[in-house]
Design a protein around this ligand. Structure first.
Ligand code: GLU
Length: 422
């Protein structure tokens, strides 16, 4: 049998996720059997997704849903549409969801889905057909009590509405709790669309606060200007942080006395990209990571801070808006250089926290007000941060190791208390 705990080179997201788990298992002193169980997805489904294109041609895509762990509750996690997504990446993302849900103590396991498709190459109608067929193929393993989907890279609230509708039609009645991150009109939650970004800013404020620093005293650079990065830049700027650079796939802009984030958002709404914004100078994605700022927020994709790029990071705090933006080697270099990394499973957990609120509201068929949601989100983020920071300082370990240790321990505890069947 393949040893699922070992980590070959170079670092893929799955290597990074496995190395992180191995480190937590060592801290917790777990045996090899428990390590194997925690490292191995509980259930996976690989599906072929045929699409009839608008011109009548048939094209085939591969889709995946990985339920990494369901010991603490239903699987929970996003659905990613990307040309590069494969089952190993989905496995890594599902594992991170397991620890993330446990760190913020929402009663879920971890799951993730993916379809290997570049959504930019397809019409809305084609994306709807792909989404409905994918949903129909994975139908046996999803449901409001089994596995609940949410948006991720390349998907959005419309995608979640299609998934919810396909599932509901197949069951014969409306089941809003099968997805989260839905439009408000079909049972979405206030505050969900910006929840990950709000959470990133709460996590940043808490980590800076531990060092006696406030958000309005620092500068920041944000890599990624999508669902997470754009609102994170906006909230940071509203909190008084001087946001000096942002970027997306098209490139970035830098302005040392601070970007006008509201004007940049309008530019991106109009043109679809950061590049071309005339309120700053162009900068590329790698140079952005090396800027002399206090806070760096990688909010795009995995693996951007590796051994090579980490050497040039000048920020004092790296707050991970993306999942897995730092490889294990990158982490080691950052630690040597005294950079404080606020890890993804804590920093970007705001999304799944409000997903949980959306699911609770849908199950109760009773919706909360925006202030109720924002207060509860902040409370969860601050509570999780305190527990992580306390363990890190008590044990002299990084925030990442502390967050992983808390998440992994909660999952292992649930598994052990339930006992092994048969
Ligand atoms: N895709 C988001 C994440 O990676 C949200 C997951 C969810 O809400 O289920 O955390």
């Amino acid at each position: 049998m393949t040893d699922l705990t070992k980590t070959p080179q170079p670092a893929s997201p799955l290597d990074t996720a496995r190395t992180q788990l191995a480190s937590a298992v060592e801290i917790l002193g777990y045996d090899e059997g428990l390590h194997q169980m925690l490292a191995t997805p509980r259930r996976e489904m690989n599906v072929a997704v045929p699409l009839r294109r608008d011109d009548g041609e048939i094209e085939l895509f591969m889709g995946y849903r990985v339920q990494h762990n369901i010991s603490r509750g239903p699987g929970k996690g996003g659905l990613r549409y990307s040309a590069s997504v494969d089952v190993d990446e989905v496995r890594a993302l599902a594992m991170w969801m397991t620890w993330k849900c446990a760190v913020v103590d929402v009663p879920y396991g971890g799951a993730k889905g993916g379809v290997t498709i570049d959504p930019r190459q397809h019409s809305t109608q084609e994306l709807e057909r792909v989404t409905r067929r994918y949903t129909s193929e994975i139908m046996p393993i999803i449901g409001p009590e089994r596995d609940i989907m949410a948006p991720d890279v390349g998907t959005d609230e419309q995608t979640m509405a299609w998934v919810m509708d396909t599932y509901s039609v197949s069951q014969g009645y409306t089941i809003p709790a099968v997805t989260t991150g839905k439009p408000l009109a079909v049972g979405g939650s206030l505050g969900r669309a910006t929840a990950t970004s709000r959470g990133v800013v709460h996590a940043a404020a808490a980590a800076l606060g531990d060092a006696g620093v406030k958000l309005d005293e620092v500068t920041a650079a944000v890599q990624g200007f999508g669902k997470v990065g754009s609102h994170a830049a906006r909230f940071l700027s509203e909190a008084g942080t001087r946001v000096v650079a942002v970027s997306d796939e098209s490139g970035g802009v830098v302005r040392s006395d601070g970007l006008d984030v509201a004007a940049l958002l309008r530019h991106v709404q109009r043109t679809g990209r950061v590049a071309g914004f005339d309120g700053g100078d162009p900068i590329d994605n790698v140079d952005l990571l090396a800027l002399d700022v206090d806070v760096l927020v990688p909010a795009a994709v995995e693996g951007v801070i590796d051994a090579e790029t980490a050497v040039n990071v000048k920020a004092r705090w790296v707050v991970e808006g993306a999942n897995g933006p730092t490889t294990s080697e990158g982490d080691r270099v950052l630690a040597e250089r005294g950079v404080v990394v606020v890890p993804d499973i804590l920093a970007n957990a705001g999304g799944v926290v409000v997903s949980y609120f959306e699911w609770v509201q849908a199950n109760q068929a009773y919706w909360w007000t925006e202030p109720e949601i924002e207060d509860r989100l902040e409370h969860r983020m601050v509570t999780a941060h305190r527990a992580v920071a306390a363990l890190a300082s008590a044990e002299g370990i990084s925030l990442r190791d502390a967050a992983l240790a808390i998440g992994v321990r909660r999952v292992a505890e649930a598994h052990q208390i339930r006992g092994l069947y048969p």
